[in-house]
Design a protein around this ligand. Structure first.
Ligand code: TTP
Ligand code: MG
Ligand code: MG
Length: 470
């Protein structure tokens, strides 16, 4: 493990809800809940004002409404969140080529690899400047953790929340971890947590005390070994930038998250078949089967399995994909699924990529079965046309957002990110003067920080000490 806290973990605070508050002045400082508003909807996130009332992610919306009857309830606007995520990730990439996004609002950055930091002081400066830059460009707050490993950097950013920065100084990590609950460690979900609890292990310190043999006995070799190392703060996992993988793959994005496990399984089988058709169409075979799953929060994970020899057999690919799916938790819902085959023979790769590029990315080529129709949304037509929280424009009153709709009426609050809190007016849902609108930028005139970003070479930051010349 490195000796300086130069791995940075950033996570935006109450991300979707904060974006909504930044875009709607009347909601700042108020309880805001973003999620599915239909009968089976769940909370995606809640503003910190709503968390005080007990509302949190993944809670059924009906329960949230009981806890916070006066909160603002909004439908997520993924395209907007993604565009803001892009701005944040661009700021991170200015710090280092090694940026590993984990979801829309979260990433690891190896500051040392970027030459941005090499000791505690320079790391702290880089983290502080990053938080200020994110605020200047997006108007939002993010929390930063700095440590000598990924695990600790992530724990640090969690400690820093909301709107803070925490550095874990090398040498202090074991004492800090000791009293923390086992769930703090990566890879300890509810099931492993229960398992450990039944063995009388509640804290990270108790894992360390139990010893490696006991952990392996309880959890199996791979998991037990890894968890014991984490409990001793040993974590050498590198920050890995997203790389292009060379493969034939197909994927589908779903309009409505799929929660049903059986349906997820069927979709994966269908994608496996499509992938093999494409593989065969190109006269190829490959050894590694890859499953890609993007979850409700845009965190994306891939699982792969390498076979002994190359295959283009649909049954083999289907089975491998199903095995890979077994190891993925999809309880929160799935937005995207993909199946790919890589490990292709070199001599055919060039043709393949020409073909992939010509095929416009991941779309279904002609002649294949049509995409599945999106599931119908449970809302009424008025609510579908005027979802709560979405932007609108009125010919006379200007830009606003839908506060609610029903019974043939839609209520609009007229305000913009830069305005004072606005007034509410009600219209008929078919009012010809009212039309849906694109979101406005959260910050009117964001500074172009990417031109000058980087602590290197700017007057307010130290530059890396140069070795003394001989
Ligand atoms: P998180 O970073 O887990 O949560 P957050 O940013 O809302 O709050 P904080 O980090 O300050 O604790 O998730 C990022 C976004 O992902 C979140 O704003 C909404 C979405 N999300 C869901 O849709 N469902 C979920 O169960 C979770 C946890 C998050
Ligand atoms: Mg967050
Ligand atoms: Mg997050």
């Amino acid at each position: 493990m490195r000796s300086a806290p130069t791995i940075l973990h950033l996570d935006m605070d109450a991300f979707y809800a904060s974006v909504e508050q930044a875009s709607k002045p009347s909601l700042r400082g108020k309880a805001v809940i973003v999620g599915g508003l239909g009968p089976r909807g769940v909370v995606a996130t809640a503003s910190y004002e709503a968390r005080v009332l007990g509302v949190h992610s993944a809670m059924p919306m009906s329960q949230a409404r009981r806890l916070a009857p006066n909160a603002a309830y909004l439908v997520p606007r993924f395209a907007l969140y993604r565009s803001i995520s892009d701005q944040v990730m661009a700021l991170l990439r200015a710090l280092s080529p090694l940026v590993e996004p984990l979801s829309l609002d979260e990433a690891f950055v190896d500051l040392e690899a970027g030459g941005t930091a090499w000791d505690e002081r320079s790391a702290r400066l880089a983290g502080t400047k990053l938080r200020a830059d994110i605020r200047a460009v997006t108007g939002l707050t993010g929390s930063v953790g700095l440590a000598a490993s990924k695990m600790l950097a992530k724990i640090a950013s969690e400690e820093a929340k909301p709107d803070g920065l925490v550095v874990i100084e090398p040498g202090t990590e074991r004492a800090m971890l000791e009293p923390m609950p086992v769930r703090t460690l990566p890879g300890v979900g509810p099931a492993t947590g229960d398992h450990l609890r039944r063995a009388g292990i509640h804290t990270v310190g108790e894992i360390a005390e139990a010893g490696e043999d006991e952990l392996v006995r309880l959890l199996g070799k791979a998991h037990g070994h890894a968890l014991y190392a984490m409990a001793l703060a040993r974590d050498d996992r590198p920050v890995v930038a997203e790389r292009e993988t060379k493969s034939v793959s197909v994927e589908d994005t779903y309009d409505v998250d799929i929660h049903d496990r059986v349906r997820v399984g069927l979709e994966v089988q269908r994608l496996a078949d499509r992938c093999v058709r494409r593989l065969r169409g190109a006269g190829l075979s490959g050894r590694t089967i890859v499953l890609k799953v993007r979850r409700y929060d845009f965190s994306t994970l891939t699982r792969s399995e390498t076979l002994r020899g190359p295959t283009d057999d649909p049954a083999v690919v289907r089975e491998a994909a199903a095995r890979l799916l077994d190891s993925v938790d999809t309880t929160g819902g799935v937005r995207l699924l993909g199946v790919g085959v890589s490990g292709l023979a070199d001599y055919t790769q060039e043709d393949l990529f020409a073909q992939a590029a010509g095929g416009a990315g991941e779309e279904t080529p002609e002649g294949e079965e049509p995409e599945t129709a999106p599931e119908p949304r449970p809302e009424t037509p008025a609510e579908r046309r005027w979802p709560a929280g979405h932007d609108v424009r009125h010919a006379e009153h200007g830009h606003g957002w839908v506060q609610g709709s029903g019974l043939g009426r839609v209520t609009v609050r007229f305000e913009t990110p830069g305005s004072a809190p606005g007034r509410v007016k009600t219209f008929r849902v078919d009012d010809p003067a009212l039309e849906p609108a694109d979101p406005l930028p959260l910050v009117d005139d964001p500074p172009d920080l990417l031109e000058t970003t980087g602590t290197r070479g700017t007057p307010d930051a130290p530059s890396r000490p140069r070795p003394l010349e001989a």
